[in-house]
Design a protein around this ligand. Structure first.
Ligand SMILES: Cc1ncc(COP(=O)(O)O)c(C=O)c1O
Length: 355
């Protein structure tokens, strides 16, 4: 008999995007920020005394939570800080789903949600997005109301991998109708025109999840957080690892929050490059989904997505390809520096004219 749980034997773990060692490769595959974090982060790191690492960190991140509470106009007990927003999402599946319950989400969306449900060994209620990747909000409400076991819904907004933004009023309608916890995963929201944080403050069943990995240029730090009603936050605090956020991460993230202007400036640069890339790919005949994130979801003309993925790779440019019936026609391209995007456009233009 195997020593490993059957559900773990059957599990296919999350596949992260490639992280090549070669710095000459143009990396447009994991939605990282191409610009460095605030200089205040480097200053905070330089000011740290390694001797302080002999002690455990603050288990509940008080200083960072206060800064985040101020940023979002809420109380400290409405903020949960975790080891990346992936930890925040995982804790939600542990806190808000019964053993015979299920987790809901749209499809396609962030591929971790299905894996978290499988890790927790619970059911999945998957609602297909419309053909144009917009949200069938009313159908979703009807479908989910028929499944009372579904007590947690992950709503990625802007959605990954499409980059599309569901309007606030539609998200609100969904949250008001859903009989469970809705986690609005706003990993990419700093690149978007509107956010849902007020829903988390107005509705008891809504959490927003944020990350420092994208707009704050701190993916290597592993820092994410959730904002919502105090009882939901308290439940997550009961379940987390004792010291889930290390001392360095707490200090550096605090420095980043204290310089939001630097993050905003980087996000604006990314948005300007995204607009230029979208326009140019459209002119080349690509179908380009309207993105409010730091990446584009595009269908190439005249050749398959996998073929273009391989051709770009041969030119040392990495983008992301997700096999599958709906996703396999598209590529997800992270918005890089202007220089990286110029190089991408040169290669793509030649591929489209050769094709
Ligand atoms: C929608 C979405 N949520 C969450 C995350 C994970 O963020 P973190 O790096 O904070 O774990 C990602 C990462 O790609 C994402 O695309």
């Amino acid at each position: 008999m195997s020593m490993i749980r059957q559900s773990v034997m059957n599990l296919e773990g999350y596949t992260p995007g490639e992280q090549p060692d070669d710095p000459s490769i143009i990396k447009l595959n994991t939605n990282e920020n191409p610009y460095p974090p605030s200089p205040k982060v480097a200053e905070a790191l330089a000011a740290m005394d390694v001797a302080d690492l002999a002690r455990y960190p603050d288990p509940v991140c008080r200083a960072l939570r206060s800064a985040l509470a101020e940023l979002h106009g809420c109380k400290v007990d409405q903020v949960f800080v975790g080891n990346g927003s992936d930890e925040v999402l995982a804790l939600c599946t542990r806190a808000f789903v019964e053993n015979d319950g299920s987790v809901g989400f749209f499809d396609p969306t962030y591929s971790l949600y299905t894996i978290l449900a499988k890790i927790r060994d619970v059911g999945e209620r998957v609602i297909a997005l419309n053909d144009d990747f917009s949200w069938p909000i009313d159908d979703a409400i009807t479908a989910l109301n028929g499944h009372m076991d579904c007590t947690l819904f992950f709503f990625s907004n802007p959605n990954a991998p499409t980059g599309m933004l569901c309007p606030l009023d539609d998200v609100r309608r969904f949250c008001e109708a859903f009989d469970g916890v809705v986690v609005v995963d706003e990993a990419y929201v700093d690149f978007a025109e509107e956010c849902c944080d007020r829903l988390a403050l107005e509705l008891d069943n809504v959490l927003i999840a944020r990350t420092f990995s994208k707009s704050y240029s701190l993916a290597g730090l592993r820092l994410g957080y959730a904002i919502g009603s105090a009882p939901l936050v308290e439940a997550m605090y009961k379940l987390k690892d004792s010291y889930n956020v290390d001392a360095l991460a707490q200090v550096m993230a605090l420095a980043a929050v204290e310089d939001v202007a630097s993050m905003d400036a980087n996000a604006s640069r990314v948005v300007a490059t995204r607009q230029r890339l979208a326009r140019r790919l459209g002119e080349l005949g690509f179908t380009v989904c309207p993105s409010q994130a730091n990446f584009l979801w595009v269908e190439p003309p005249r050749m398959g997505a996998k073929e273009m993925f391989d051709a770009l790779r041969a030119h040392r440019i990495l983008v992301r390809y997700f096999p599958g019936e709906r996703t396999g026609r598209f590529l997800r391209i992270t918005v890089g520096t202007d220089a990286a995007i110029d190089r991408l456009l040169v290669v793509v233009t030649s591929l489209c004219s050769d094709g």
